[in-house]
Write a protein that binds this ligand. Structure first.
Ligand code: KG4
Ligand code: ZN
Length: 345
């Protein structure tokens, strides 16, 4: 069964064809990241307009890369939520229109759940994809960490999952992005903090690790404020110094030391919960998805603390993509939506 997936929840417009939930036939991703960079974050209006401009060519390219025509496609899957309203609407309305016109079943997909299913894709004839050697087994523990979400999820069987914990404020990727802004490092913050941290001592600054009532919940806003205070103190100023004046006053070594200290606490927060949940629930596999999974220090920490081998999928499938949407749709094929009325969530 070949499913066309469509994703437009944030700043990536993506379409992909996946066969039987495990074989990647195509994956096309157009990003408005370059447009957003100038603003240091996603501007919803820019994202929505950019989806509208590129979604049709992106879908056409996905079909052509998969060497498919519409008659080869068995169903259309689309991200229904969560995400930015205006962005989701473009994907959902496009998918509804195509489902009606091409007479295909329409499958609504939860974006966060789909991040897990990127790891079920194990085969492709496309070049430059490093895929897991075998699909994860259930029950599965998943840490989904990106600019929009931070969740720890237990998937007992397909369609039956428990959200063990989630962030109570910022997503972890968002915290990387905001701290990068405080330090004057480029957007997106994840890669630039990781690069700066290589030259810093992660124990240099004592920053707080949030403890929640639920040990699987996360919080990063206190950490972000602590970074701001540490940076103000490092340049000999108090809390009244506006954060936008900090980058010019901090030297490279202060930036590196603060970046390394922040990164250590942010990642430990995630790994503490992951380790605790792995012990408590004894999953048969663990996966990490979302853009923050690209962080090499995180991978090293997890390897140190979890006595279980973890296979990471290609980074192109960790960050937002449509292949994961099409992969999950294979397992939730029974949940078909009315193309005349499907709403975003
Ligand atoms: O999954 P993704 O592409 O989009 C969302 O759904 O948000 O994740 C993007 C996020 C950004 O916040 C970015 O700063 C973060 O992933 N990120 C990283 C790294 N690479 C990307 N965070 C930490 N370390 C990295 N190496
Ligand atoms: Zn995502």
């Amino acid at each position: 069964m070949k499913i066309l997936g469509i994703e437009s929840s944030a700043d990536e417009t993506a379409a992909a064809v996946v066969e039987n939930g495990d074989t990647l036939l195509s994956s096309i991703i157009a990003s408005s990241l370059d447009l957003q960079k100038a603003f240091g974050g996603i501007v919803p209006e820019i994202a929505a307009r950019s989806h509208l401009e590129v979604i049709t060519p992106v879908i056409e390219q996905a079909l052509s890369q998969a060497k498919c025509t519409w008659s080869d496609i068995d169903a259309i899957a689309v991200t229904q939520g969560p995400g930015l309203g205006g962005s989701l609407l473009i994907g959902v309305l496009t998918a509804r229109t195509l489902a009606i016109e091409k007479k295909k079943p329409l499958i609504p997909i939860n974006h966060v759940e789909a991040h897990i299913y990127a790891n079920f894709i194990t085969k492709t004839s496309l070049t430059n994809y490093h895929l897991p050697h075998k699909p994860p087994t259930l029950p599965l523990l998943a840490l989904i960490i990106s600019g929009g979400h931070s969740q720890l999820v237990l998937l007992n069987s397909h369609g039956d999952y428990t959200v063990l914990g989630r962030t109570l404020d910022d997503a972890v990727g968002e915290a990387f992005d905001k701290v990068a802004k405080i330090l004057g490092l480029p957007y997106p913050g994840g890669p630039s903090i990781a690069a700066a941290a290589v030259n810093g001592d992660p124990l240099a600054y004592r920053l707080p690790k949030a403890r929640m009532g639920n040990p699987y919940d996360f919080s990063f806003s206190g950490l972000k404020t602590a970074v701001l205070r540490a940076a103000q103190a490092a340049v000999g100023k108090d809390f009244t110094l506006p954060s936008k004046e900090l980058p010019a006053l901090l030297n490279e070594s202060q930036k590196a030391y603060i970046a390394a200290s922040f990164q250590r606490i942010a990642l430990e927060t995630l790994v503490d919960s992951l380790e605790k949940a792995a012990f408590q629930y004894s999953p048969t596999s663990v996966i990490v998805g979302g853009g923050v999974a690209a962080n090499q220090e995180l991978r090293r920490m997890i390897k140190d603390r979890l006595d279980m081998p973890i296979e990471y999928t290609d980074i192109k499938l960790c960050t937002d993509n449509a292949a994961m949407i099409a992969a999950l749709a294979f397992y939730s094929y029974s949940v078909v939506a009315d193309p005349y009325s499907l709403e975003i969530e």
